[in-house]
Design a protein around this ligand. Sequence first.
Ligand code: NPW
Ligand code: ADP
Ligand code: K
Length: 485
Amino acid sequence: MRNAYRVEVVRHAERELMARLPEGALMRRAAAGLAAAAADLLGRVYGTRVALLVGSGDNGGDALYAGARLARRGAGVTAVLLSPDRVHPGGLAALRRAGGRAVGAEEAASGRAVLGGADLVLDGITGIGGRGGLRENAARLLRGVTAPVLAVDLPSGVNADTGEVDGEAVRAAATVTFGAWKPGLLVEPARSHAGAVRLVDIGLAPYLPATPDVVALQHADVAALLPRPGTDTDKYRRGVVGVAAGSARYPGAAVLAVSGALRGGAGAVRYAGTAAAEVLARHPEALVTDGSPEHTGRVQAWAVGSGLGDGAGAERAVREVLDADVPVLIDADGLRLADVDAVRARRAPTVLTPHAGEAAALLDTSRAAVEAGMLDAVRRLADRYRATVLLKGSATLVAGPDGGPVRANPTGTGWLATAGSGDVLSGLIGALLAAGLDARDAAAAGAHLHGVAGRTAPAPPAASDVAAALPAAWREVCAARPRRA
Ligand SMILES: NC(=O)C1=CN([C@@H]2O[C@H](COP(=O)(O)OP(=O)(O)OC[C@H]3O[C@@H](n4cnc5c(N)ncnc54)[C@H](OP(=O)(O)O)[C@@H]3O)[C@@H](O)[C@H]2O)[C@@H](O)CC1
Ligand SMILES: Nc1ncnc2c1ncn2[C@@H]1O[C@H](COP(=O)(O)OP(=O)(O)O)[C@@H](O)[C@H]1O
Ligand SMILES: [K+]
């Protein structure tokens, strides 16, 4: 599990820890980890050229101390001071003692020697003290950078708490973050600015609260959630999932949702809708009816909405499913048709799975606004519908109805952005609900497996290939289960 904490919480933990340590100890730990990561990126340190972009706070201090370490190992290190009159004095002195030099931003911008000639650039402009996008003097300097950038704590210019990027921000090849993950390292669009992230332990863990703000499940966490049929099970005990999807216009959505459901670990899949013949032709194991959900037989969960269209049958299907006292997943057309009050009134869990466009329609805002503020959007929707909401994106987010940590999926891949892959996801999560996972777990585990399947399916995958790759994804994830002693 990767636990991310907002700035206020990190600062509080840092103060507690700092009170027990000698002056400067934390920054030394941070700088040692940072210098080690820089050395790894450089391959060898001696004879390389390293530029430091140094802002006015402690983030710049980290960069300066790390630069001093690299200079002692034979790198030519130049610090570019964005605010020469407000620079970490100890860091600057350490760099100079180690043989490094410092120049002002004007000097660095006037020739290509400093930034253009560097093998690696350390971004120490702002860390958790940054506000808004980069200021113009920093943004201008960055345009002269051609070397890979290693971000210190966070890529400067991104919002650590929300993952929002308001203006220009550093695009790093890698980020070294100190003490704890920050939400912006897990949530888009900031996540894409961070590159590969390495967490440096500075001893903060005992001072962090038990409940983080954002978490990213890892394979072992998901493996622990996935159902494992015992010897005494049968198909009904494993759970039966109902799928109400597809329409005369979009029969393929029904086929894809059922294919996801069949590989989601439930004991059986019942399909209700107009695409019964198409579903049966592709999936002889599905139990189909062309009636409405009410006449489908017992299920332990429903997945409704993919490709359902907006005819009278669609509206009825959504209504009937919402009336059932079992967990329900609502996707695509179902989202438009589901009444907010009906969802809020449900006693069994509900999972909504909008993409950014659908979320925008539900929130009466623009798609761009949702994409810019994913964390806020998913929390608002969960609150409005009193439901679990999975907001699709390159780092899909899952929020529960009663607050608590938001889950950010780390396994996504752009290959999943293919028509019908969301239908596969809806069936998959429906099956996990039927198998008895709690709503947040089913949604997060489903997104995790779906992402792994998107990566392992032969590229470029179609949505059917993503479904076909789910068993391999399931095996890969479960291989991370800790072995029993
Ligand atoms: N605390 C600890 O124990 C440890 C902390 N550590 C390190 O300290 C970092 C936090 O340091 P911090 O608090 O000094 O803030 P920091 O991120 O350097 O930025 C503040 C400065 O940036 C400026 N600025 C703001 N926005 C800006 C913008 N958009 N564009 C440009 N400039 C902008 C702002 O200037 P002003 O607004 O005053 O002009 C202000 O002076 C943390 O991320 C980690 O790296 C580690 O050493 C481990 C131990
Ligand atoms: N850039 C991206 N990177 C990773 N995953 C993505 C990206 N874009 C979309 N996805 C994923 O692809 C799936 C698309 O679902 P959706 O938009 O509902 O498509 P459809 O309705 O065609 O099935 C979602 O799981 C989403 O998270
Ligand atoms: K930074």
